[in-house]
Design a protein around this ligand. Structure first.
Ligand code: ZN
Length: 252
């Protein structure tokens, strides 16, 4: 009897797999192993981002570049992982150009690409503190196939409906953000985690690849500012961001 049941199970699974009409989705274009990580250091050049108002003057644009460079050098140790930065010095990069770096970079057949933007927070109040990870609103729809898209983009996305691609992308955004938040929480258990939040952020809304934005701390909070200004703390935060990215890539 048991043998018969096993046989029937095999027949059923064969039928499911071989039936072209069973709803086997075309391969999820976001399930390919990540070959490229795009790191986006927030602000830069004429755009300083947030500025601390107490103690030493700290500019958000300097913090984000410092962190992005540290994360890049950590990820560069990984085999077969390409790291691309939207800026590697104190230059101004328009928001559209930041999103375009990830949208136009061909990750090669069978490989995936993701984007992580690095920022520091600020508030008009001194109390808010801690880190958070932002993703785009799930109902904000991305247009994958616009006029004039490159051939590899067409090949990657043409087998799916726009609704399906948006659903898959939202899922990946959440997995990436959750991995980053978990990693930061592990590294800084006494800091306040403000969690993963959906927010209207231009770079995230424009991204056609899995993406998240980390806000590492508040320049407007005294304790956070002490941490942000400390290179050792920044090395630890960079390590947490790198580990969060690798956790997502390795599906830990
Ligand atoms: Zn910012």
């Amino acid at each position: 009897m048991k043998r018969l049941a096993t046989f029937l199970l095999l027949v059923v699974s064969f039928l499911v797999r071989s039936n072209p009409l069973s709803a086997v989705p075309a391969e999820n274009p976001f399930s390919w192993p990540i070959g490229t990580v795009v790191l986006d250091a927030g602000h830069g050049g004429t755009d300083p981002g947030a500025i601390s108002e107490s103690q030493a003057t700290v500019l958000e644009k300097e913090l984000t570049l410092d962190l992005a460079v540290r994360v890049a050098s950590m990820l560069a140790r990984e085999d077969e992982l390409e790291v691309v930065m939207t800026r590697s010095d104190d230059s101004f990069v328009a928001l559209a150009d930041r999103a375009a770096v990830a949208a136009e970079h061909d990750p090669k057949v069978g490989k995936g690409i993701l984007l992580v933007s690095i920022h520091a927070n600020s508030s008009t109040f001194v109390e808010p503190s801690g880190f958070e990870v932002l993703i785009k609103h799930t109902e904000k729809r991305v247009r994958f196939l616009e006029n004039g898209v490159k051939d590899w983009v067409m090949l990657r996305y043409a087998n799916h409906t726009m609704g399906e691609l948006n659903r898959l992308l939202n899922r990946e955004n959440l997995l990436l953000a959750s991995s980053l938040e978990r990693s930061m929480r592990d590294e800084f258990p006494s800091a306040r985690s403000r969690g993963v939040k959906e927010q209207d952020v231009w770079v995230l809304n424009a991204s056609k690849v899995p993406s998240a934005l980390v806000e590492v701390g508040f320049l407007s909070n005294r304790d956070d500012l002490v941490a942000l200004a400390d290179p050792q703390w920044r090395e630890r935060m960079a390590g947490a961001i790198a580990a969060g990215i690798l956790g997502y890539i390795n599906r830990d």
